[in-house]
Design a binder for this molecule. Structure first.
Ligand code: ATP
Length: 448
């Protein structure tokens, strides 16, 4: 597997990911996604939405506000308990997350003594309106889930949904992480894709296993993850166990404050096994807290059985940025082609930021250029397509391989006579000659 530094450099050079506020020296934990990064992210989000909402009869979507009434976070427990234990180096005053030092008592940077651990709330604070006092205080959401819980009744009633059903959401979340790092793995601003699945109490364990299996299968098929690089970490109050490879390589954890147990999906990054998705069994923790604090009844009435109850919740929650990393690590390959190194991102077709590149073999022939530009324009409404004539054809192919473009379509002198062009396939580098008029349908057919 490629090392992180190589990937970071490719991401910057080719327009996937830039440091946030770079010309001012950056801002730790914030990243900007360039023209290719935004396409990759959108494709990942689309794949998730397709699997979690569009393809299902029992899940609907939502887009809730980032800022919410402060009572939401008091009720949810985040104001009290969304803390990391932090230690500070007494010498250089750098701060670290205590649980990431694996029990070490000296500063990992300079070896000096560390302070005693103390809790640090990782929610960002701000104010709403002109007053900056305590009454105007709000928090940036550290998870999208609460927007779903407080809208449970709105959605259930508006859509006439019967339990079991789910509400899915994609949106930004913010955490003032004590320690960021590993490129985009741990950020202070990131995007979550979360789905709260509301079930009848007593049925949650079956649904928890169901969603574990669904989500694992989604990761495997969407990113075509190689064998041995994804596993399940089961986190219960009593014990942490691994289902899958490297069972002895495990950092024990306790379930989060809202969860009776978690299945975390972990991916084998070059820096070790790390969480990419958490599937939590949240019981009625959130709905009962909101019911208590808001004074509004949130129970569900089952018409068939005439029972009234607060639903239990199973929640698959993942971060888009970690999925971007997985997509890049899985796609990156170096090959030897005619004694030259070829770097190619072999993204699965649905994830590839660009589907087609149209390249004229000669850029000083106006008819050729016009034909190539015309073809690119024909493809654009259907497929992400670029036109490029800024180098020789060998260089142009290498550039497209390095960003994972599925097909290069080349227009040459002969095309002017026979109105045929060459399609080159990214992975096999095979070339076929096809009529210009058929390019769009052929590519769409292959993409399907
Ligand atoms: P970690 O243990 O790595 O801090 P977490 O257990 O706090 O993560 P959850 O609260 O379960 O994470 O959030 C669900 C998902 O959101 C995670 O699996 C991850 O993909 C993503 N996520 C959480 N925090 C961050 C972050 N700081 N940067 C990027 N993604 C994040």
């Amino acid at each position: 597997m490629v090392d992180l530094e190589t990937l970071v450099s490719l991401c910057k050079r080719r327009g996937f990911v830039f440091s946030g506020s770079e010309i001012y020296g950056g801002l730790g934990g914030f990243w900007d996604y360039g023209p290719l990064g935004v396409e990759l992210k959108n494709n990942i989000k689309r794949a998730w939405w397709l699997a979690m909402v569009q393809a299902r009869d029992d899940v609907v979507g939502l887009d809730a506000a980032v800022l919410m009434n402060a009572s939401v976070w008091r009720a949810s427990g985040h104001a009290e308990t969304f803390n990391d234990l932090m230690v500070e180096c007494l010498e250089n005053h750098h701060r670290f997350r205590a649980d990431m030092l694996d029990g070490a008592s000296a500063c990992p940077e300079c070896g000096s003594s560390l302070s005693a651990p103390r809790p640090f709330n990782t929610m960002f604070k701000t104010h709403v309106g002109a007053l900056e006092d305590e009454s105007a205080r709000v928090w940036l959401r550290p998870e999208t889930a609460q927007g779903i819980f407080v809208n449970f009744q709105n959605v259930q009633q508006a859509m006439r949904k019967k339990i079991p059903f789910g509400i899915a959401q994609i949106g930004k979340a913010f955490r003032n992480e004590v320690q960021t790092g590993n490129f985009i793995f741990r950020d202070r601003e990131f995007e979550q894709m979360e789905m709260e699945f509301f079930v009848k109490p007593g049925t949650e364990d079956g649904w928890h296993d169901y969603w574990r299996d669904q989500r694992l299968a989604w990761w495997q098929s969407t990113f075509q993850i190689g064998a041995g690089r994804i596993r399940i970490k089961q986190i219960r109050r009593e014990a942490t166990t691994i289902i899958g490879p490297d069972p002895d390589d495990v950092r024990p954890e306790k379930p989060p404050h809202y969860s009776k147990g978690n299945y975390d999906l972990e991916y084998k990054f070059p820096m070790g096994w790390n969480e990419i998705e958490g599937i939590a069994s949240r019981t009625d923790y959130d709905l009962s807290s909101h019911q208590r604090v808001s004074g509004k009844e949130l129970a569900y009435f089952d018409e068939e059985t005439q029972e009234k109850y607060l639903p239990y919740v199973v929640e698959p929650a993942m971060g888009v940025e970690r999925a971007v990393l997985v997509a890049l690590f899985e796609a990156y390959q170096e090959e030897k082609v005619r004694n030259e190194k070829r770097v190619v991102l072999k993204f699965p077709p649905a994830l590839a930021p660009l589907k087609a590149a149209v390249l004229p073999l000669l850029r000083n022939r106006p008819e050729l250029v016009a034909m190539a530009k015309g073809l690119a324009q024909t493809l654009r409404p259907h497929l992400m397509t670029v036109y490029d004539d800024t180098a020789g054809i060998g260089r142009l192919y290498r550039r497209q391989d390095e960003i994972g473009t599925l097909w290069c379509v080349t227009v040459d002198v002969q095309s002017l006579d026979d109105r045929q062009v060459t399609i080159r396939e990214r992975d096999t580098m095979e070339q076929v000659r096809v009529p210009l008029a058929e390019v769009k349908d052929r590519l769409l057919e292959r993409l399907r």
